[in-house]
Design a protein around this ligand. Structure first.
Ligand code: FE2
Ligand code: ZN
Length: 339
């Protein structure tokens, strides 16, 4: 059984034209809360407000219909999509760099500790952001060739989140069981336990894995945001591009000034791990095309206490298709309903 917090249906709706995340219950409530900020950003006239409200309503409708549309997309993909490079759908140690295997071997030892791991990976300038070599160049090339094949296929594709208009939800194309689950449980968890111990104490027991794609004429940058994850993995897969650096600020709810942002440049095959609460964004792509694999890893024991998106005890709603990593620990604890 899969669950979301009911805040999914009205909170953190991204409005692209003013790069703003808003909460939306109805028109009246929205205008009372946001008219001032929209006016200040030059969007306070009637026509702009009308466009913004219809953009929000479209996103809210997408979220409400998500389960049904997920089932339909999976049905069409299963019927019509043919894999071109089947080997990339199954995780194999040949896809991992020798350096990563060395790091993993260390983390699997009973006396492995945080300092030992930190001596094998790079601590980035942004707090609690760690980078390490993960995938071989050859595997990155095979995977991006398959991603091009998926992009070119006429089958329907869901959007990874409300900020990305291009990209691939990997579960829908068959990467879940043989690739993403073992990657999370056998290969990433041993590192994450040492690096983010309080967030990973009871394990990262689910995830959402997707590809983001940036290219000229498509999405170019990504606004400042936090992830719906306890720990995020972000791996650069190439292809060839300039620009698109990531920038990190402080953790969610901390005050951040522009001059406190810290940059991170992508390196093909290299991964970063960071906390989902860590505010970040992506600078505009200047040229070329970049693909990144993103895995939002979740801990039900952490989020069952506090939903990261509304900062409240989650109000669980049973859903069709993938949920957001919550579990129902007691049938009396939450107000459950079926949508
Ligand atoms: Fe993100
Ligand atoms: Zn919530």
């Amino acid at each position: 059984m899969e669950f979301r917090c009911s805040c999914f249906f009205w909170r953190n709706v991204y409005v692209k034209r003013c790069a703003l995340h808003v909460n939306y219950r109805n028109d009246e409530d929205f205008l009372v809360n946001y008219k001032k900020v929209l006016t200040e950003s030059g969007n306070g006239d009637e026509a702009s407000l009308k466009d913004i409200v219809s953009e929000i309503e479209e996103e809210v409708a997408r979220r409400k219909n998500y389960g049904e549309q997920y089932v339909e997309r999976c049905r069409v993909i299963a019927e019509k999509f043919k894999k071109k490079h089947p080997s990339v759908y199954t995780l194999s140690e040949t896809q991992l760099t020798p350096k990563f295997k060395e790091i993993l071997t260390y983390c699997q030892q009973p006396n492995a500790n945080r300092n030992g791991l930190l001596s094998m990976i790079k601590t980035e300038a942004a707090a609690e952001v760690y980078s390490f070599s993960l995938f071989t160049d050859e595997f990155c090339d095979q995977l991006t060739a398959e991603l091009d094949h998926i992009e070119a296929s006429p089958v329907p594709k869901g959007r990874p989140n409300s900020m990305n208009n291009y990209g691939i939800l990997l579960e829908e194309f068959g990467f879940h069981k043989s690739f993403m689950v073992p990657l999370r449980t056998q290969y990433l968890m041993p590192l994450a336990r040492l690096l983010f111990s309080i967030w990973v104490e009871d394990g990262l027991d689910s995830h959402k894995a997707f590809i983001v794609r940036y290219a000229l004429g498509e999405d170019l940058d990504l606004s400042y945001h936090f992830d719906n994850a306890e720990v995020t993995l972000n791996v650069s897969l190439g292809k060839k591009f300039t620009g698109g650096d990531l920038y990190f600020g402080k953790m969610k709810h901390e005050e951040t000034r522009e001059n406190e942002l810290v940059e991170y440049s992508h390196v093909k095959g290299q991964a970063i791990l960071h906390r989902g609460y860590h505010m970040h964004g992506a600078r505009p792509l200047v040229d070329g095309c970049r693909y990144n694999l993103i895995i939002w890893m979740r801990s039900s024991s952490v989020r069952n206490d506090l939903c990261p998106m509304c900062n409240e005890k989650p109000d669980l709603v049973q859903c069709t298709g993938p949920g957001d990593g919550f579990t129902r620990t007691s049938p009396h604890q939450y107000n459950c309903q079926t949508i």
